[in-house]
Design a protein around this ligand. Sequence first.
Ligand code: SF4
Length: 336
Amino acid sequence: MKSPINVYLATSTSCNVMCKTCPVGRKEAEPGGIMSIDMLRRILTKCTDEARVIGVQLYHYNEPLLLPQMAEMVRVCHEFKLPVFLSSNLVIFKNGPAVLAEAPEILLISVSGWTQAIYERSHKGGDIEKVKANMEEVAKLRKPGTHVQVSWHRYKYNEHEMPLMEAFSNKLGFTFVPYATSLLPQDRAMRVWETGIDDPSGEDVLLPVKAAKDLCYSRRHWDCLLQDQIVAVNGQGMLLNCSNRSDDENLRGSLFDTTLPKFLKGRKVDPACTKCRSVGAHVYSLQAYTRAEWSPVRLAEVAYRRLKLAGRFPAFTAWTNRTFYRISRPQQKETL
Ligand code: SF4
């Protein structure tokens, strides 16, 4: 039986905004460059031959709307009958109308403020008034098949502006999902835990990185969704071991020199994964450390994943993807 996978594609290594919790925002080196349409076709052909592809994420920390060929990329995924996930800061919308005309299944809009002063503390280099104007364009242009979700990054300093963006999003007919952002990738959190030295990039996260250490450790036996189900590939067709990382050391050779079953099996014993799981850093990377250790919802989610139901029934899969995204991340400090 083919394994269900989500394919995450680093369609480029660039973003126009510099969020300090994000490696591309911090301008850390990421190998790969821009993905060509030919490479996209080769990747999708190989992945659909060897696995059950649930969906394709056409970004990996990069800003997808910067790419002139993004509309064509969405079209190619649809030729393979695969749903498309996009996430944009929506500051630059030049390619937006063409992309929306292709009706990507999910468009996330990442924001962290209502006023410029609050917004640019995280989304440095962005312009919230342009984002709001572009949100209105999205509301006008999107087709019924595109689910739009506003992902509000919760930080220590922006709680008071959240209701304003929530009301605006609701008025436009978008789903509003706030979640507490973490310091990514998880290696930086591991460094804080090992050395006891704070990382300035994590200074604004709602739950201090150090405070997440014990919560993650007590959940270290949890499955890692990224290890089990996510296959990330860069613009040169190189496999990333962990979809949360973007550095050279994380590369595991060409997708075209191996098979996906072999890659997925090998990752179970990859030394980087073993180290990560030994301290529960995968729980940090999944931003799931404030979830209850046991709950019926979590048990249902674990069963759904272990039974490999994802991708079997497209409408049900789309619903579970949206639901698990919303419930699996730390939503509120008060849930601790
Ligand atoms: S175990 Fe850690 S390093 Fe491996 S895929 Fe999961 S989060 Fe990434």
